[in-house]
Design a protein around this ligand. Structure first.
Ligand SMILES: C[S@@+](CC[C@H](N)C(=O)[O-])C[C@H]1O[C@@H](n2cnc3c(N)ncnc32)[C@H](O)[C@@H]1O
Length: 196
């Protein structure tokens, strides 16, 4: 399939998607995060969009770990990726599916964990290890795909989760796949960590 042209209508659609995403996140802060801890914090959509544009090519399959309201998975779909998101919070999965309908997107969302069954991360002794990654049934079975079926994977790690995500990708990902990690200070960083 050829990639959709990066023309004015597509860019306007992407702008509208990001705007809708920020509205959803503002509401989520008021209704949820102001009352209790929740790990959903929205990434810098403009920087993620730039990374997805930089790395796009025909026929790429994209996965978002912890897809929350779905903005980034839908963005990848609009840019021509075959696009999937896994999210632990079922209410957010509903939000993402509604947003996908609104933007006429074929992005697919499943409720579950992005951690494959049996994955356990052992941090190096000197590494500080904090995590907000939750546990639940792995989402890959529902997707009918394994982690190594994806060409581009996106994650937004909290503090100590960066090494865990890279380890997960090295052990279960496709050796040629690209891992895009959002970093509050450095924007989106790209890794192609071949399996050891
Ligand atoms: C930092 S937010 C990132 C949201 C979105 N990817 C973005 O960048 O805007 C992390 C998300 O991962 C979800 N999450 C946490 N642990 C998970 C797990 N094991 N499997 C799937 N989703 C998880 C949280 O509910 C939250 O929505």
């Amino acid at each position: 399939m050829p990639l959709p042209a990066l023309d004015t209508p597509l860019l306007a659609r992407l702008d509208a998607l990001c705007e809708a995403g920020w509205d959803i996140f503002e509401r989520f802060e008021l209704e949820v995060r102001d009352h209790r801890f929740h790990p959903f914090v929205a990434a810098d959509y403009a920087r993620v969009q730039q990374a997805l544009i930089t790395h796009r090519a025909p026929g790429l399959r994209f996965l978002e770990w912890g897809s929350a309201s779905g903005v980034i998975t839908i963005m990848a779909d609009l840019l021509g990726y075959e696009s999937y998101g896994i999210e632990l919070d079922g209410a957010l999965v509903d939000t993402a599916r509604t947003l996908a309908q609104r933007f006429d997107s074929a992005a697919t969302f499943v409720e579950g964990s992005f951690l494959p069954t049996g994955f356990a991360f052992t941090p190096q002794k000197h590494e500080p290890w904090t995590s907000t990654t939750g546990s639940g049934a792995s989402g890959y079975l529902q997707l009918g795909k394994a982690l190594d079926d994806f060409d581009v994977v996106f994650g937004y790690p909290w503090g100590g989760e960066h090494q865990m995500m890279r380890d997960l990708m090295r052990r279960y990902g496709n050796p040629d796949a690209l891992l895009l990690l959002h970093d509050v200070d450095d924007g989106v960083r790209a890794f192609r960590d071949r399996r050891r």
